[in-house]
Design a protein around this ligand. Structure first.
Ligand SMILES: NC(=O)c1ccc[n+]([C@@H]2O[C@H](COP(=O)([O-])OP(=O)(O)OC[C@H]3O[C@@H](n4cnc5c(N)ncnc54)[C@H](O)[C@@H]3O)[C@@H](O)[C@H]2O)c1
Length: 451
């Protein structure tokens, strides 16, 4: 089948490449000419494990190409995906649909045969109706169907997630469009991935509800972890103890510095607005967003209290900047609020991230970028682990201690076993446990695996 992917970002590039890998003929389009030119040269505009190799293989097989103009590709397409950004609209938190509307208009002018237009971008309920209206207005005679096909992949594991989804959601009442989508996803269907067909509005809401639920789960465990600290319990044991209950599940129960990233913050805010506008406010989510917002800055207060309550002229080493490991995505990363708060308190901040420093450079001001974790620790008054990259899980603690001005570690991801760090002479502060420096931490708990 001939597929066009409009928007060649974290979702569009991965989805387009995976469709090509299934044997479809795919054109990835982006209005960012520089991005398209770099892809044509074989350079990846984003960091996603395994992506460069998969792109190269499919380009070599002539199943994947890149273009900055969609005209000819759309004219010949069976399915055109809209995978453009839907960031928060400045000022009110609604999803900004201007990129989606612009893409719909551009698609309309190039349609030449029956085409399914599938929305992969996360969009508010009713956006499918709006896309339909835009295209019908421009091209009343065109044969097309607008389908919702939300994407659930996770950055950092995007290729695996796309190829082994828990489910594929297709929102349409159009039988012909359904057949086209069935054929498109047939390779996954053969892999036993369930395809769930529903009406378009339900599909649109499924995506927001899924992200809202996951954000709520994270925020719940974060609040329970604060309580665990107060009462001398251990959050890792609690997470395991509730997560083994199949009704709850063990994923997204890692206490930390608050959720961030390119999706949860903007999608939770957008869903709150949708609820309010529909006179069905989602109060639980309003609380989740408020709690999470406060939590990010509260992490800086933890750092400050570990250093006796005063950060003026202190050197703080921050390990990990991206919102999670295995991505270079810095959008709404908790590190941003944390670092800004540390700076507000008078600290000088040094940072290291394995792949996120280039993107961080566009967002963070007045930080010192270091070559590796040890250069970052040099002369630091405290080290803060913010993102649980694998390479931070087995740091040479003795070497860190020698390099640092004072041996203080604030581990916001519970990467280390407290007793070991304390034994090596560090003052160690983590999340959701009694004070390990007083020997209060329950010793059984194991650091949790990466999710
Ligand atoms: N990033 C994720 O993990 C993820 C997961 C699931 C769903 N989503 C959703 O998918 C959508 C895309 O997210 P992303 O992270 O890939 O965004 P992104 O910002 O990485 O990529 C969007 C791309 O669209 C391009 N674009 C914008 N308007 C265009 C147009 N008219 N024609 C061609 N290209 C255009 C931009 O130049 C950009 O390269 C969003 O709605 C997001 O909520 C993202």
């Amino acid at each position: 089948m001939r597929v066009v992917m409009i928007g060649t970002g974290y979702v569009g590039l991965v989805s387009g490449t995976c469709f090509a890998d299934f044997g479809h003929d795919v054109t990835c389009v982006d209005k960012d000419v520089e991005k398209i030119e770099s892809l044509k040269r074989g350079e990846m505009p984003i960091y996603e494990p395994g992506l460069a190799e998969l792109v190269a293989a499919n380009v070599a097989q002539d199943r994947l190409r890149f273009a900055s103009d969609l005209t000819s590709a759309v004219a010949a397409a069976d399915v055109v995906f809209i995978a453009v950004g839907t960031p928060s609209r400045r000022g009110d938190g609604h999803a900004d649909l201007s990129y989606v509307s612009a893409a719909a208009k551009e698609i309309a002018s190039s349609l030449s045969r029956y085409t399914v237009i599938a929305t992969k971008s996360t969009v508010p309920v009713g956006t499918g109706d709006e896309i339909d209206r835009i295209i019908r207005k421009e091209r009343p005679e065109a044969e097309f169907a607008v389908v919702s096909n939300p994407e659930f992949l996770r950055e950092g594991a995007a290729i695996h997630d796309f190829k082994h989804p828990d489910r594929i959601v297709v929102g349409t009442n159009d039988a012909r469009a359904r057949k086209v989508m069935d054929q498109l996803y047939r390779p996954l269907y053969l892999n036993a991935a369930p395809i769930m067909v529903t009406d378009r509005r339900s599909a649109e809401l499924i995506k927001y509800a899924a992200n809202a639920f996951l954000a709520t789960k994270i925020t719940f465990i974060n609040e329970i972890s604060d309580l665990a600290e107060k009462v001398g319990a251990n959050i890792q044991d609690i997470a395991r103890g509730i997560g083994l209950d199949k009704r709850i599940g063990s994923k997204f129960l890692h206490a930390g510095p608050g959720y961030g990233g390119s999706c949860f913050p903007k999608d939770t805010t957008a869903l709150i607005k949708i609820g309010q506008d529909s006179e069905a406010p989602i109060r639980i989510l309003e609380t989740v967003v408020a709690v999470n917002e406060q939590r990010k800055r509260a992490m800086a207060r933890r750092v400050s209290s570990a250093l006796g309550g005063n950060l003026r002229d202190k050197e703080i080493a921050v390990l990990g900047l991206t919102f999670k490991p295995n991505t270079d995505d810095m959008r709404a990363a908790p590190s941003i609020a944390l670092i800004t708060a540390l700076q507000d308190m008078g600290a000088h901040v040094k940072v290291f991230d394995p792949v996120g420093m280039q993107q961080a450079g566009r967002i963070l001001n007045d930080v010192e970028y270091c070559e590796n974790a040890y250069a970052c620790a040099q002369d630091a008054d405290a080290i803060v682990i913010v993102t649980e990259w694998e390479q931070f899980r087995a740091l040479d603690i003795g070497k860190l201690k020698q390099l640092m001005r004072s041996a203080i570690m604030i581990d916001l991801r519970n990467v280390y076993r407290a007793e070991e760090i304390v034994k090596s002479g560090f003052a160690y502060y983590c999340i959701g446990k009694g004070d390990p420096n007083q020997g209060q931490e329950a010793s059984r708990s194991e650091p949790l695996p990466v999710e």
